[in-house]
Structure formats: C-alpha cells, structure tokens
Design a protein around this ligand. Structure first.
Ligand code: ADP
Ligand code: MG
Length: 706
C-alpha cells in the first residue's frame, strides 16, 4: 500500500465503507492521514464516590460500582429513560440512561460495573448520565492513555476511522518534508511525518502540541507561498470580462427603500472600478455584522448579469443560501431586475440539481446562489464572470481557489464579517484589494449588552416572555448539542476558563426544560449542527416567518442569518466562546429598528469566575466595534485553549488559528522570505510540494486547506 492508493486497499474497508470515507472527502491513505482528531481524551483514574462528593468539580469521572437495585424505567416529555442507584463502599450515585429502555436487563441488582460518565450534583445527590460501561479489561487497557477523538460524523464512527488510520500510520514515513533541516532546527519544528503520526497517536499532550505546531506552521507557510506565487504569476491578470456601466446598478440602488451608507457606497464604487478596469478583480470586502454587505453582493451580481454574464454567490450554509435566494427572488420581482435566479445546495433532490445544472450550462439561470456543493459537483457555466463568496472565513482556502477557477478568470469578491485585526489583515491579505465597510446603517438603535451570572436566568426568561408577548423573538445559545458530548467536556477541562461549578448547557435538554419553564403559548424550537441541512433550513425558515418565538441553538445561527424581528439573545456559558464568536453571535440581533438586548450569561456564579473570564466578557460591554474586539481577543486569549470550541475568528485554516498562532504566523513570513531569497534548493522543494498539493483533491475541511 502506498500513500495515494485508494482507501479500499486498506484491509477491512469494503466498498460501502469506502464510499462513506469518500463522502467525507477521504479518497486515499494520504487524505486519511490528514483527517485529524478534533480533540483528545484521557481515561481518568477510578474515583471513590466519597471523593466525588467532596470535590467541587463536576466532569467526566470513572467509578467502580455495584448495581444497588434494578433500574426503573421512566417516561418524560416523550423520552424514556432508565434510572438506578449504584454504589461502592463509600457512597452511592444515581445513574441515568436516556432513550434506551432495553438496556434495563444489563443492570441486574448486584452486578459489578465500571462506569465512565459526566458527574453532576443535585442537592446532596450525585448523578451520572449516559455513562459508558466498561469491562475491567477495557478499563485497564485504556487507563492513562491519550485517545484521539475524531470529528463527530454520522457516516464514520470514531472507531472505524481509528482502525483505518492505524492501518496506514506506517505510511507517514513516506511523507516528504519540504522544509530544510536547518529551518526545522531554528524554528523548533518536528518533521511532517512525525507530526502527522503524533496527531493520531500521541504519547503525551506535549506530543500533540509539537505536532500541531508543525502542522499549523505548514498551513500558514503553504498559504503564504501559494499567495506569493499567485501574485507573482498572475498579478494584474487581464480579464475577458470587462463590464460596461449601463446604469443598472445605480437604478437598482435608487429603488431601495433606504440610502446606502457612505461606507457601502465606497465599497460599491471600488467594485465598479474593478469590474470596468479590464483586469480580474480580487477584492475582500470586510464589514462588521449588520453593515449591509448583502446588498453590495447583489449589486455586484447585477452588474455581471446586466452585461449578459452569469454570476455566482456562494454561502457557507444552506440556511444562508436559502435566505439569499429568497431575498433575490423578492427583489427581482419588486424592482424588475434582469435576474433569472437559481438555488443549488446539497440537500436538493438529484433531479432538481440536474435541472439547475442544465440551466447553468445553457445560461437560462444567470444568477446562481448556493453552498459549496456548487464547487464540489461538476457544475458547468455558460459564461460565469463574477463570483461572490459570502462569509468566506467559513471556507477553506482550497474551496475558494477552486471556486475561482471554475470560469476562466471571473471577478472575485469575498465578503467577510470576521473582523481581522488590521495588523494581521495586512499579513493575510497582502495580495488582495480590500474595502472596509466601517459604518452601520443609521437607523440602528444601539444594542444593550449585559454580562450576568445564572442567578439572573429567571429575570432573563421574564424579559424574553415579555418581548415575545410584544410580538418579538429571541435566540438562546448553548455551547453543546447533547449532554453526553464528551468532546465538549474535554474542551471544558482543557480551557481552564470556567469557574468551578460550571454546568455546560446543551441545546437538547435545555429546550425540553425551557418548554416546561415558559408559558405553553411560547413557541420554542431547537436548532443545531448535527441536524440534516434540510431540517435546519425548515427550522430557520419557521423562525424567520415568526412561526416560532424562541430558538434554542448552538452557534449554527452565527453566520449571516437575518431575522430583524429577533431582539433578544441570551448566550449561556458565554465564557466558553471567543470574543469574536460572541460578537458575531450578537450580530444576529439589532438588525431591525427596535431596541435589542444581548445577555451574556456565565456558567458559574460571578464570584467563581476567573478574573480573566470577567475581563474578556466586559470587553463586549464596552465596545460594539468588531475590529477593536478582535484586537482585544488577540491580546486576551491565552494559549492552551486551542481545543476550545472553534472560534469564528477564521477557521480558515484547519489547524492553525490566526489569533492564537499570531507569533507563528509572523515567523512563517520570515522563513518564506529567507527561502525565496537565499535558498534555491529549498525553494525547489517547496515548489514541488505546492504542485503536489495542487494535484491532490482539496481535502478542504479535513486536510490542510491548500
Ligand atoms: P451583513 O453585513 O451582516 O451581511 P446584511 O446585509 O444582512 O448585513 O444587512 C442587515 C440588514 O440591514 C438587512 O435587513 C438589510 O436590508 C439592512 N440594510 C442594509 N443596508 C442598509 C442601509 N443602508 N440602510 C438601512 N438598512 C440597511
Ligand atoms: Mg451577511
């Protein structure tokens, strides 16, 4: 077996499993090696129950217990669960298992079991929910070891991935390293082969750190290299699509019910200048959430379409694509625009997709809106002349580049709400033209912000009820999907941010409880990233149509969604999120003309919160300027929480994080300069490496995004 052999060649992987790997973007051994764990877990020592009682900490624990009485089966809000007591010589613990009543027979009275699960306290009672049951041998084998936890994936359980990865691990020795030995030494970087091996099979967390450092370095480094060669090879590429200004854009803008802000007008003139210049545009349009980037994207698309070309608007999620599509259809009708719009997303039926694709090939559709499904499938255009990528920080660089090369060389505009600190922006986007929309539409009432602790929750609910009764809507954000989200618990342990008694809220249980706590006429729904795209769309649409009042969600609502009637947002465990993520989240409210409120609630009483956590959250109270927040984020976020919830601050890179790895980022620049100027041999290796990466299918979300 070698690196580029198809995945089917691995022993034990049949056609069916291979298909599942392919669906995740893994086609060969090399792809698999670049499919990295999302976190690591360590099997804890066995705890005595008395010790758990005394400890102030909740979290994952392992107990060695005897079942004290056969389980009872309960039903609550349509879900059934098992509950029983188990104990050791020092005390007892109540165990809950949800949704699997048939497991009852596994826990007869007197049975001896080792349970691993999340321990919480209610009053003086200790509880463990949804434990993993381990045999003595299992436990002995796993004790103290670091285990890779692979990304949650419906098709590919962690155990399947793990087995396959282990089968190909020896191939890491075939991985080429393009970095000169000397550089590795001076930058304290390990070899690529070692790094990839250690990502999957670390002996210690130090191994993980050093592996991660090397891979983060590579992401930055290859990114800069590619940028460098692109810039030198294609600078001022002439475009066959030079548009004439036929006044269509001005007429459209004139018909809008509002005036563009000064900053919007400036961005639009930048765009107009680009597309009439005779050169291919490559512009980043940065504007804080709510600054009105969508209408600018539409205007750019209109310029292409009114010149007889096709335009493409790419959104990071189906929800957002559907929303843009709806807006476009409405505007096309209201303002008699020449758009013949189409929508192309992953959840369309095959027959519908086929129809849309035919429309694109024939030119019947002249404006297509879609998700990255657009780029992955073999979509043909008649004459694509302009591409807008919305909220680009959600895309890998690879995806973006791929989108660009679809047409011969269309004008490219990238819209981003991620406020990149200006200093880093210069480094990252050195090759692009940048327009900044640094002004919010004038009709906005400043959002009110509060940082509170759980003692305030009752009041927050009252406030939500009051506003719902006034015809408004609310978001509640929780960090987890389900209570047995082990990854998230690990994140919690790693981050060191939260105070002692932090309870991590999860969307699933929270929604159930909220339905009991709020009056029954308040319509509540849950939304999270593990739902199917179609289901997510429907839930979002119901919320947008005001068929629901309160949406309990993970950060999936973070990107670009526009429901101006939503005026309240309550963010649970606010200390768990990066500042930029929180800023993006709160951008979902305050988009209409009504007063809006954002409540940042900590997971523990304020007195138990670290000074650092409080300081961070207070930044949000003192400023609404995304750029300032990004700078603060950079200053305040300590290293070490890089396994925390993914920050919205540019998951542009798979592993690296431009905030936390800012130093590394700077180093890569100087290493590259050195190689370019003084080391022709290394330069050759580098070019070779880049070429290879280009030949590979872009593994986008899972591999290094280049
Ligand atoms: P974002 O920059 O976050 O993508 P949107 O484009 O979604 O923001 O705009 C947010 C809201 O502001 C939308 O409801 C949009 O119609 C409205 N809007 C955009 N530009 C203006 C403006 N110049 N004046 C008033 N409202 C505007
Ligand atoms: Mg937007």
């Amino acid at each position: 077996m070698n690196l580029f052999d198809p995945i089917e060649k691995i022993k034990g992987i049949g056609e069916k499993t291979a298909e599942k790997f392919n669906k995740t973007g893994i086609y060969n051994a090399n792809d698999l090696l670049h499919y990295f764990p999302r976190s690591y877990s360590v099997m804890p020592e066995i705890s005595r129950i008395s010790a758990l009682k005394e400890s102030a900490h909740n979290g994952i624990a392992v107990v060695d217990v005897t079942v004290l009485g056969a389980p009872n089966v309960f039903r609550k809000s349509g879900r059934s669960f098992l509950s029983f007591y188990a104990g050791d010589t020092t005390g007892r613990i109540r165990v809950y298992i949800f949704g699997m009543p048939y497991l009852k027979k596994n826990f007869p009275q007197g049975r001896h079991v080792i349970l691993k699960g999340n321990v919480t306290k209610r009053g003086s009672e200790l509880m463990m929910s949804q434990p993993k049951v381990l045999s003595k041998e299992d436990y002995e084998c796993l004790k103290g070891k670091i285990n890779a936890v692979y990304p949650v994936n419906r098709d590919l359980p962690g155990s399947v991935v793990e087995k396959a990865v282990h089968a190909v691990l020896p191939l890491t020795y075939d991985l080429k390293d393009y970095l000169p030995e000397e550089t590795k030494k001076s930058e304290r970087l390990i070899a690529v082969s070692e790094a990839i091996y250690k990502m999957h099979m670390p002996d210690s967390m130090e191994d993980v750190y050093s592996a991660r450092k090397r891979l983060a370095f590579d992401e930055f480094f290859l990114f800069f290299s590619r940028m460098h060669f692109l810039k030198n090879g294609t600078e001022k590429e002439t475009s066959e699509y030079s548009f004439k200004d036929d006044g269509a854009v001005d007429r459209f803008i004139g018909k809008l019910p509002y005036e563009l802000t000064g900053a919007q007008s400036r961005a639009l003139s930048d765009i107009e200048r680009d597309i009439t210049s005779g050169y291919a545009a490559n512009r980043l349009i940065q504007g804080d959430v709510g600054s009105g980037k969508t209408v600018i994207a539409f205007a750019a698309a209109l310029a292409a379409v009114s010149n007889g070309y096709q335009a493409l608007i790419m959104a990071p999620t189906e929800v957002l694509a559907a929303q843009h599509y709806k807006d476009i259809v409405q505007m096309t009708e209201a303002y008699s625009l020449p758009f013949r719009p189409g929508l192309l997303t992953g959840s369309l039926k095959a027959s519908e997709k086929k129809k849309v694709k035919a429309g694109l090939a024939s030119g019947d559709i002249n404006l297509i809106i879609g998700t990255h499904a657009l780029i992955q499938d073999d979509v043909e255009f008649k004459k694509l002349a302009l591409v807008v990528t919305d909220e680009q920080h959600r895309f890998g660089v690879g995806q973006r580049m791929k989108a660009v090369t679809k047409g011969s060389s269309p004008h490219t505009f990238v819209m981003s709400a991620t406020p990149i600190p200006r200093t880093l922006g210069l480094i990252l986007y050195g090759d692009m033209d940048v327009s900044v929309i640094d002004e919010l539409p004038g009709d906005r009432i400043e959002r009110k912000n509060a940082v509170v602790d759980p003692t305030y929750r009752q009041k927050a609910y009252q406030m939500i009820v009051k506003h719902v009764r006034d015809g408004e809507q609310a978001y509640i954000i929780c960090p987890m999907v389900e209570s047995n989200d082990e990854d998230a618990f690990f994140d919690l342990q790693q981050s060191g941010n939260p105070g002692a008694e932090t309870i991590l809220q999860n969307v699933t249980d929270y929604t159930e409880e909220l339905k009991e706590k709020l009056p029954s006429d308040i319509r509540i729904e849950a939304l999270h990233g593990r739902m199917k795209p179609k289901e997510k769309n429907e839930i979002m649409e119901r919320f947008a149509a005001h068929e629901t009042d309160v949406l309990v969600s993970t950060t999936v609502v973070e990107v670009g969604v526009n429901v101006p009637n939503a005026t309240i947002m309550l963010i649970e465990n606010a200390e768990r999120f990066g500042l930029s993520a929180l800023h993006q989240l709160r951008g979902r409210i305050g988009r209409g003309s009504k007063q809006s409120y954002c409540i940042f609630m900590t997971g523990a009483p304020m007195n138990d919160m670290s000074k650092h956590s409080k300081e961070r959250l207070n930044v949000l109270k003192t400023t609404n300027d995304g750029f300032k927040i990004a700078e603060e984020d950079l200053k305040l976020r300590g290293p070490g929480d890089f396994f925390g919830l993914r920050q919205s601050g540019l998951p542009y890179f798979k592993i690296a994080d431009i905030y936390e790895d800012a130093e590394l980022l700077k180093r890569t620049r100087s290493v590259l300069e050195h190689i370019l100027n003084d080391d022709p041999e290394a330069l050759n290796d580098l070019k070779e490496a880049l070429k290879q990466k280009e030949d590979l299918s872009f593994t986008d979300f899972h591999g290094i995004c280049l």
